[in-house]
Design a protein around this ligand. Structure first.
Ligand code: PEP
Ligand code: MG
Length: 763
């Protein structure tokens, strides 16, 4: 059964459109279950009806014609109850409703299972048989599994518009993701694929077919010679059948085999990497469908062949992408280096298929002030190249090929946002002080040099978090001590005499270094942050020495340790910091020992604030990680993005506790998670007693604007009120309401007013 399921899933995913996928399902399921009828009914929420969309066994003329209301017949019952209905004789069920066009009267046994995606009913999958019998539990389990697979396919087709058979290609398609960085932009899509990741290669129209063919030939030739060399090197060391595989692969790469297929696709107009991906995908599917497990395994080899050819094309390919003036960069998974490839003045929007608003790509995007949508899982990014897109980073929406009306609407939003931000510039040089004279320093989070200029322009009073992993991510190897010293010096110099808090290397989780791969099943609970650097004192010591040397004569450095869970980690790190300080002093440099602080990012640290505070000089809450660990919600997973809520009562209580405990020990406490840059949250954080807030430069003026308008006394009353509530959504909306009453509504993001409450539909 498992094999059958796998092959059906493969075939369905390869289908050209939804109708083809449904036809495959009904045919293959009927055969696999050895039954007489298999049908799919899809639910249309607007009309509240089920329509027969595909069948094997019922009258085909009924497809698209046979309809049932929401609660009508057995189909309606399956949908209402959201569970399978398994009957020996369908017609004796009180809810049975005979649909004449289908000719189903001769079938007695009935098994219907709901097709559900993200709690929404999409349709019903049914099998029927003449014989009067109940389907057994294995059959029921098979159909339930099938329907779960089908749910994903239907949801995707619905999102992309291919569900509507009459879809007009000029219609707007809308894709829901989560807000990554606020703001709205309109531009042209450029699809970025990671180096040698075949799966992420988009289709792209090629304008110079000869050039593409030449680049393909060169790549095939170089992979062939590479393989021949490997085969020779290994000859005599491998069993004969393994050795023979090399010949098979060489033949596959031959001009008359895969080579020919790829060439043909290029001649039809796709660029070489896109043509390669299509051909390799087809062959991989063929292998994966084979019954023989040994042959199935060969799919991996074909994938590997494809990857090699792609790497070679990329290496030989000197074409550099021409970025349009209004570039919207899309990728399966955005990375810092992809962002760095695009000239900053041309980059207006970002879309990532994976990830959520708390992923590092989103944090970077916010730092750069680029409207971003994350986790747009249904967006077929392969097909987006050169399409006009609207990115609505406020609502987490992406529109492809927008209608004129939608475009006009969004052009107005872009203008409105621009005016509001320009108005804020007037307060750049003013302090962040409330009407009742409470002073709250606003610092910035940095990582790139571009952040620095923007931060200073906006009146940042210090750096609360310099993410040192960002310069590490932009390199192809660990930067040397001298290289690091230079980068850190720029940062310290730019802000001096203001303090700069440099966090020691925080890799692992979703922050990967291409040259230091960490493969783990559960990376957020694995080797990350201080755990990595304590295990690699050579990396840690080089970094600390570079920081200390960079601060000579400036003395505005603060060092901060990420992902601390135990006091002994701090003790070990302090020991290494003192050692590095001794080494730098021994080189004759005069550096004062900088203040050292810890980040409070895991629940264990929340309960150890007083103990930790005794060994260090300051604390800073990393609310991004703290939220994920307190709520057990992966900050990077779009599927649970709705559950990630920094206004969760547990998070608010933890924040309050950390501030109180820290102050009891006479230490200062700041917050440098994304929450600090949310103007709405900043009011609560001020009321809790934080000594400073550190945020991306993009949000600094908005936060300052809000805090200059509300008294500390009023903020404390609002905090007391929301701490009584037990629901994060309620907390957020009560807060928003309270702030609107204080005249702060403007700062909550300019929303897509006309379209937000109503589907913009596929005009
Ligand atoms: C945090 O976790 O809140 C934080 C500031 O660190 P990062 O987002 O870099 O993990
Ligand atoms: Mg963190």
């Amino acid at each position: 059964m498992l094999n059958t399921l796998r092959t059906i899933v493969q075939e369905v995913s390869a289908a050209s459109d939804l109708q083809a996928a449904l036809n495959i399902i009904v045919r293959r399921v009927r055969d696999a279950m050895n039954t007489e009828v298999c049908s799919v009914y899809l639910y249309d929420a607007e009309q509240a009806t089920y329509t027969l969309m595909a069948t094997e066994g019922l009258n085909k003329k009924a497809v698209g014609v046979a309809r049932l209301f929401q609660s009508e017949g057995l189909i309606g019952q399956v949908g209402l109850r959201e569970e399978p209905i398994n009957l020996k004789a369908a017609s004796s069920h009180p809810k049975y409703r005979y649909i004449k066009e289908t000719g189903e009267e001769k079938f007695h046994a009935f098994l219907g299972v709901p097709i559900i995606h993200h709690r929404m009913i999409l349709g019903v999958l049914v099998v029927q048989q003449k014989e009067q019998r109940r389907f057994d539990e294995h059959e029921e389990a098979f159909l339930v599994t099938m329907s779960a697979q089908l749910a994903g396919v239907i949801a995707h087709a619905e999102a992309t518009g291919s569900l509507h058979v009459t879809v007009n290609t000029r219609k707007t398609a809308r894709f829901q993701g989560t807000p990554g960085a606020s703001g709205v932009s309109i531009g042209e899509a450029v699809v970025a694929s990671p180096v040698a990741d075949l799966g992420a290669v988009p289709d792209r129209t090629c304008h110079d077919i000869k050039r593409e063919l030449d680049s393909l030939d060169l790549a095939l030739e170089s992979v062939r010679s590479e393989m021949k060399a490997t085969a020779e090197k290994l000859s005599g060391h491998l069993p004969a059948e393994e050795q023979a595989l090399f010949d098979v692969y060489l033949r596959m790469l031959d001009d008359n085999a895969l080579g020919l297929e790829i060439r043909n696709r290029v001649k039809q107009g796709n660029w070489a990497p896109g043509a390669l991906r299509q051909v390799i995908d087809e062959h991989v599917r063929t292998f994966e469908m084979m019954d023989d497990p040994y042959m199935r395994e060969r799919a991996v080899d074909v994938k590997d062949l494809g990857r090699r050819v792609l790497a070679s094309i990329q290496q030989h390919d000197h074409e550099c992408i021409t970025y349009p003036d209004q570039t919207i960069l899309i990728s399966e998974e955005l990375t810092a280096s992809m962002l760095a490839d695009v000239p900053q003045e041309k980059l207006v929007g970002l879309v990532s298929i994976q990830g959520s608003s708390n992923s590092h790509a989103a944090i970077l995007a916010r730092a750069l002030g680029i409207p971003t949508v994350m986790g747009a899982v249904d967006l077929p990014y392969h097909k987006m190249s050169s399409k006009q897109l609207i990115v609505d980073g406020n609502l987490g929406l992406v529109y492809a090929s927008p209608s004129r009306e939608l475009l006009e609407h969004y052009q107005a939003v872009v203008e409105e946002e621009k005016e509001f931000s320009e108005g804020l510039e007037a307060i750049s040089d003013l302090p962040c002080v409330t009407p009742d004279n409470h002073r709250l320093p606003l610092w910035v989070n940095t990582g790139l040099m571009t952040d620095t200029v923007r931060s200073l322009d906006r009146g940042a009073e210090g750096v609360g978090l310099y993410r040192t992993e960002v310069p590490f991510m932009l390199k192809e190897r660990f930067p040397s001590e001298a290289e690091q010293e230079k980068i850190y010096r720029q940062q310290l110099e730019a802000f001096a005499p203001r303090p700069v808090t440099m966090r020691t290397l925080d890799v692992g989780g979703d922050k990967a270094l291409s040259y230091f791969p960490i493969q783990e099943d559960n990376p957020f609970l694995g080797w990350r942050g201080i755990r990595v650097t304590l295990d690699h004192p050579e990396i840690f010591l080089v970094q600390i020495r570079a920081m200390l040397k960079a601060s000579v004569g400036l003395d505005n450095l603060r060092i901060m340790l990420p992902m601390v869970t135990s006091v002994y980690e701090v003790e070990d790190a302090l020991h290494l910091i003192h050692r590095a300080h001794g080494e730098v002093s021994a080189e004759g440099l005069s550096v004062v020992m900088p203040p050292v602080g810890v980040m409070i990012e895991v629940p264990a640290a929340v309960y150890q604030v007083r103990e930790l505070a005794q060994s260090v000089d300051f604390m800073s809450i990393g609310s991004n990680d703290l939220t994920q660990y307190l709520l057990a919600v992966d900050r990077n997973n779009p599927r649970v993005a709705d559950l990630y809520h920094s206004f969760h009562p547990a998070v608010l209580q933890a924040l309050r506790k950390v501030v109180e405990d820290c102050h009891k020990e006479g230490r200062t406490v700041g917050i440098c998670g994304e929450m600090a840059g949310d103007p709405v949250a900043s009011v609560l954080l001020m009321a809790m007693g934080f000594d400073m807030l550190s945020m991306s430069a993009t949000n600094l003026l908005k936060v300052k604007w809000a805090l200059r308008k509300i008294t500390l006394e009023r903020a404390r009353e609002i905090l007391d009120d929301v701490m009584m509530l037990d629901n994060s959504h309620l907390i957020r909306s009560s807060l928003e309401l309270a702030l609107c009453r204080e005249g702060l509504g403007k700062v909550m993001g300019i929303k897509s007013k006309r379209f937000s409450s109503q589907e913009p539909d596929r005009e």
